[in-house]
Design a protein around this ligand. Structure first.
Ligand code: SAH
Ligand code: SF4
Ligand code: F3S
Length: 488
């Protein structure tokens, strides 16, 4: 587990250590010397910007990168016109991928004005061979290219780039164990993501994630619990347990443990008041987990349960390994056991072979599962996945037309559902002073929906009770309710 490390005690003239994480601290100390030289010469600290382009997994990796940059002495900035820019890429759909090339065009321009600038690319897209080949041949101004399995090596790669003066490419096909004990810098002081597993074994036929994130690897429960205990000591009250499929957590460990058991252990940690997790694969959602959620006072009454399609035939072709009926039965069980639960989902429209009848089944599931909200995606063909070579690809105009109908349905159901808590008192974690009106603060409900209510900055990071007075579609207006525990 990460302990404060004093970089001044490291002998940077010695040979680099072989063992991790000592090796990375050595390179952080080396890079810090360079940062200090820069400061002396230019009278300011070099600025670093990380652009996160992907999901929660990527966001968590970006926090680790931020931690390393901070140790090296870089000043954080959100401006891409910086001394060091890192793009943490996503490749789950083609448009995520295309955006990267657009950004590179812009940043190349900045680099021409500031030749000391360093540009790094990392994340899922770098795990694709053809992408790296293209970058190597046509984007030589990119300084560092690394992947999802060696995020922790940033300092070493930067040092190498500065020493050799040439592009550094280090992408691993597979993970080589999990490196614990590195610094990381959280975006919010009161909430944090915590990885519980990396990678995915499910190979849904449309999805590139298993190819770019590798096989599923669970972290040991003791490492997870220790990390959360430390976070709690630092003032974190809400944690989000992260994995591509949290429901299969622990099956690959020497001493197997279920996700539900892990959840019960996390629940015991003092100071943690709210627990979220993402994502649950319906095929592995156990009754034990539903029971653990029901009995917990800390686990949010919210489940993100991606359905992807409502058609059993399409689900089969997607390799999701559940039917429409099994999914709906799961939803029924959830609503029976936890009546106030909020359900959200992911849906793909236009998977190869999807007919109008199949699509109608999806609309039917949205109606019957009554989601609070849903992320809807146009199917995107990803090279290397089985679905990419399926013959009956759906024409773009058909896809788009279905997408619009789906969105309308999702929004209608969402509006109905989100209104159901009006008049109730709910716990809200306050995140910030309202950006438009500074007499209000903005926080999140269990369901992740936003609530605005009168308050000031002293409430940020606190869980308070709020009466929801008005639903405005996808957010609420409310007012604070002072209970016994809130007085004084
Ligand atoms: N592991 C999670 C989510 C991974 S990616 C899960 O299984 O639910 C997030 C979402 O992106 C997926 O749920 C899916 O809806 C969508 N997605 C993945 N691949 C896609 C593709 N090729 N085209 C369109 N959407 C895709
Ligand atoms: Fe992709 Fe399926 Fe794994 Fe989710 S479960 S990451 S959709 S392969
Ligand atoms: Fe996430 Fe995109 Fe990678 S969704 S796991 S960042 S491909």
């Amino acid at each position: 587990m990460y302990k404060e490390m004093n970089l001044d005690l490291i002998d940077v003239n010695a040979e680099p250590p072989i063992e991790e994480p000592s090796r990375q601290y050595y390179f952080m100390a080396k890079c810090r010397q360079w940062v200090r030289d820069f400061e002396q010469k230019s009278g300011r600290l070099p600025k670093a910007c990380i652009v996160n382009m992907g999901c929660q997994m990527n966001a968590r990796d970006s926090e680790k990168l931020t931690g390393i940059l901070e140790q090296m002495g870089y000043a954080p900035t959100e401006e891409e016109q910086a001394d060091f820019v890192i793009y943490n890429t996503c490749t789950v759909r083609e448009n995520a991928n295309l955006k990267v090339y657009g950004r590179l065009g812009k940043v190349h321009h900045y680099k021409k004005e500031n030749p000391h600038m360093r540009i790094a690319l990392c994340g899922c897209m770098m795990q694709e061979e053809q992408v790296v080949e293209k970058l190597k041949s046509s984007y030589s101004f990119v300084d560092i290219i690394f992947g999802t399995h060696n995020v922790y090596k940033l300092a070493e790669l930067l040092f190498l780039r500065n020493e050799t003066g040439s592009q550094v490419v280090d992408v691993w096909k597979e993970a080589r164990g999990i490196v614990e004990e590195l610094p990381s810098q959280r975006k919010f002081f009161f909430k944090s993501g915590v990885n519980i597993s990396f990678g995915c074994n499910n190979f849904c036929s449309y999805c590139i994630v298993p190819y770019v994130r590798g096989r599923e690897r669970s972290r040991k429960p003791e490492d997870i619990l220790e990390e959360i205990e430390r976070l709690a000591r630092e003032g974190v009250v809400e944690i989000m347990l992260l994995g591509q499929n949290v429901n299969s957590y622990g099956k690959d460990l020497k001493e197997p443990i279920t996700f539900a058991r892990l959840l019960r252990q996390v629940e015991q940690i003092p100071g943690i008041e709210r627990i979220r997790f993402m994502t649950s694969h319906p095929k592995d959602l156990s009754e034990e987990l539903i029971q653990a959620m029901k009995e917990s006072s800390k686990v949010c009454r919210h489940l993100h349960l991606p359905v992807q399609s409502g058609s059993t035939a399409v689900l089969k072709a997607m390799n999701r390994r559940y039917t429409k009926e099994q999914y709906l039965a799961l939803v029924d069980m959830l609503r029976r056991k936890i009546p106030d639960i909020s359900l959200t989902t992911d849906i793909i429209v236009g998977f190869p072979g999807e007919t109008e009848e199949d699509f109608q089944e999806t609309l039917d599931v949205v109606r019957r599962a009554r989601y609070d909200s849903a992320f809807t995606f146009l199917y995107s063909r990803r090279t290397g996945t089985p679905a990419a070579v399926m013959e009956n690809q759906v024409p773009p105009e058909v896809m788009k037309e279905r997408f619009d109908r789906l969105l309308e349905q999702v929004q209608r159901v969402g509006r109905e559902m989100s209104g159901r808590f009006v008049g109730t008192v709910q716990k809200v974690l306050v995140e910030e002073v309202n950006v438009r009106d500074d007499s209000l603060v903005t926080g999140r409900l269990d369901s992740n929906l936003l609530v605005h209510f009168p308050g000031d900055a002293s409430l940020i990071g606190k869980l308070v009770r709020v009466r929801l007075e008005e639903s405005r579609g996808f957010y609420y207006m409310g007012s604070r309710v002072l209970g016994e525990e809130d007085k004084g």
